[in-house]
Design a protein around this ligand. Structure first.
Ligand code: ADP
Length: 399
């Protein structure tokens, strides 16, 4: 079975083609073909990169339109040096990452008009993402015709959270209006939690796992018996941990204070989503590598940014451990989580009293690895997240 996966964002798209003839596996295989579209660098032009059949191409196309970009990208499956298929009719299904599934979708679902209407209806809850997801679905319908398409939601894994964890203690009207914690990065948290169980050779039903997705966006999930019972992102992906350019949780009184000084909703949106976090505090960059470099050169603001990032990470890890009522495995994933031994060490240090001890010599590796010391009661794993592969697997099990 050949499954095309599309992760469509507001200004870039990523796509993979997997061959699942072997059936579902936990460790991700290499895709047959991989491609990306990026509109961020050049006005009204898209950068297309694709690799397949042992070849790679990179092109800049005068294409501002998302659907036309997708058409050019899909063409590299059947044409040119990266060709891996005789014809597009060899594609059996398409899986889409859809950021917000609201309360309706607690599992992946085959896309029909009703599902598209729901993704549309949820746009106010995910204004940067759901429109791009919907455009991607409609563009591929146009290109591939009646091939089954599946929506895999980033919120779904968190949809079984207990009500007390999902509820914001505002007026009860919020509960009725759906103002609640939805949580995001669910595809990644679910994949790494299952992979962690496989790596430690135990049934996920018996494990208490803390998953730390630390990329540009950062979130934690408390996974008990295979279910997400708590998470740090909330009604929007702005809640919880400090991130690349997002503040994470701040005292809501700060927003009231700033509004009374004349800040508009759009200005606060820009401030909290784009000008805060590592970027805002360090004044350098939203990239952890630049922040740690500046810190090592003695830059005080970069030091404050790093220290605050770690402080908040530890504090929220402690919260998730309390929700779990114990801890068997801690997982680090995504850009920072997969690559920063300094973050692993600093994040885990306060939990030595729980029996979590890391190895002395740690370095990043291409493979998933166990970074806990042999005598550690809690395992600590670094797992490369494989969201596209997880989406392909979700399609396979649904269809
Ligand atoms: P996204 O959330 O956009 O998918 P990624 O998961 O790619 O982002 O993570 C991006 C983050 O990972 C950036 O902050 C980047 O600095 C960080 N990162 C990547 N490589 C390293 C590294 N070697 N050391 C520390 N941080 C890293």
């Amino acid at each position: 079975m050949k499954i095309l996966v599309l992760n469509a964002g507001s200004s870039s798209h990523k796509s993979c083609l997997f061959d699942l003839s072997q059936g579902a596996e936990s460790a991700a295989p290499q895709p047959l073909w991989r491609a990306a579209l990026d509109w961020t660098h050049q006005q009204d032009k898209v950068e297309l990169s694709a690799s397949g059949a042992g070849e790679s191409i990179q092109q800049v196309l005068p294409v501002a339109d998302k659907a036309a970009g997708l058409e050019a990208m899909v063409k590299t499956l059947v044409d040119g040096p990266t060709q891996v298929l005789e014809s597009l009719s060899a594609i059996d299904a398409v899986g889409h990452r859809v950021v917000h599934g609201g309360r309706e979708y607690i599992d992946s679902v085959r896309i029909d008009d009703q599902v598209k209407a729901a993704i549309q209806r949820l746009i106010p809850l995910a204004p940067a993402h759901n429109p791009a997801n919907l455009q991607g679905i409609e563009a591929l319908e146009g290109i591939l015709g009646n091939v089954p398409q599946v929506a895999v939601f980033d919120t779904a894994f968190h949809a079984r959270m207990p009500e007390a964890a999902a509820t914001y203690p505002g007026p009860y009207a919020w509960v009725e209006q759906g103002i609640r914690r939805y949580g995001f990065h669910g595809i990644s948290h679910q994949y790494v939690a299952q992979r962690a169980a496989d790596m430690v050779g135990r049934n996920i039903a018996d494990l208490k796992i803390l998953t730390c997705h630390l990329g540009n966006g950062c979130s934690l999930a408390a996974v008990k018996g295979g279910i997400s019972i708590d998470t740090t992102m909330g009604f929007t992906p702005l809640d919880g941990l400090m991130m690349g350019s997002r503040s994470g949780s701040v005292d809501p009184g700060i927003l009231i204070y700033l509004m009374r000084q004349g800040y508009s909703a759009d200005q606060l949106d820009q401030l909290l989503n784009k000008e805060s976090g590592l970027k805002g505090l360090s004044g350098q960059s939203n990239d952890m590598r630049s922040v740690t470099e500046a810190m090592e050169q003695g830059n005080a603001q970069a030091q404050l940014a790093f220290d605050t990032f770690i402080h908040r990470l530890r504090r929220d890890m402690g919260g998730m451990i309390a929700s779990l009522g114990g801890l068997d495995v801690v997982v680090f994933t995504a850009g920072i989580g997969e690559n920063s031994p300094m973050v692993w060490q600093q994040a885990c240090a306060p939990f030595e009293f729980l029996g979590l001890r890391l190895k002395e010599d740690l370095s990043r590796a291409k493979e998933d690895q166990d970074i806990a010391n042999q005598d550690s009661r809690v395992r600590s794993l670094v797992i490369h997240t494989q969201e596209e592969w997880a989406i392909a697997q979700a399609c396979l099990s649904l269809l």
